[in-house]
Ligand binder design. Structure first.
Ligand SMILES: Nc1ccn([C@@H]2O[C@H](COP(=O)(O)O)[C@@H](O)[C@H]2O)c(=O)n1
Ligand SMILES: C[C@@]1(CO)OP(=O)(O)OP(=O)(O)OC[C@H]1O
Length: 161
């Protein structure tokens, strides 16, 4: 049994915050605004997993009106979503994600990011692909107002013994 899910998220740039993407602190002159640490990539992957399981989205489980999630580490958020996935007897088949940002350049960080994401998802690095693209200076991404990302995940049912 396999299930597919899609995730999408957007966060605006904000001065005076670190840029956290894929669980890594990426050197840049600004970070992203959010109730949590605003890790747009981990939110996208969490939403894709919840989507595959027809469980809703991260706002349902981690509402931004709840003060206990203020400045939350999104690695913890995604870890809790992985626990839900395991409770449903599913594991990661593979993940393919794209980060859309005019800057910074993510290419130098992609391999470390894949390792970080694979570790949270409890899967092999070869099951995690992360891409980055600009939008050729078009739209809110192109004007460097924020970062958006999209992901698809394939989940596979755990073997029953
Ligand atoms: N924030 C980004 C954007 C892009 N890259 C890498 O550059 C390649 C070319 O990007 P274009 O938007 O000009 O097509 C892209 O394939 C990525 O490898 C990046 O590292 N960080
Ligand atoms: C993660 C949560 C919760 O801290 O906050 P944000 O960092 O604002 O992220 P978003 O992707 O807008 O939605 C989920 C939120 O409930």
């Amino acid at each position: 049994m396999i299930r597919i899910g899609h995730g999408f998220d957007v966060h605006a740039f904000a001065e005076g915050r670190p840029l956290i993407i894929g669980g890594l602190k990426i050197p840049h002159d600004k970070g992203l605004a959010g109730h949590s640490d605003a890790d747009v990539l981990l939110h996208t992957i969490a939403d894709a997993i919840l989507g595959a399981l027809a469980l809703g989205d991260i706002g349902k489980f981690f509402p931004d009106t709840d003060e206990s999630f203020k400045d939350m580490d999104s690695k913890v958020l995604l870890g809790e979503v992985v626990e839900k996935m395991n409770e449903e007897q599913y594991k990661i088949g593979n993940v393919d994600a794209v980060i859309m940002a005019q800057a910074p350049k993510f290419r130098p960080h992609i391999d470390e990011m894949r390792e970080s994401v694979a570790s949270i998802l409890n899967t092999e690095v070869s099951n995690v692909n992360i891409k980055a693209t600009t939008t050729e200076k078009l739209g809110f991404v192109g004007r460097a107002e924020g970062i958006t990302s999209e992901a698809v995940v394939l989940l596979t049912k755990m073997e029953e013994y």
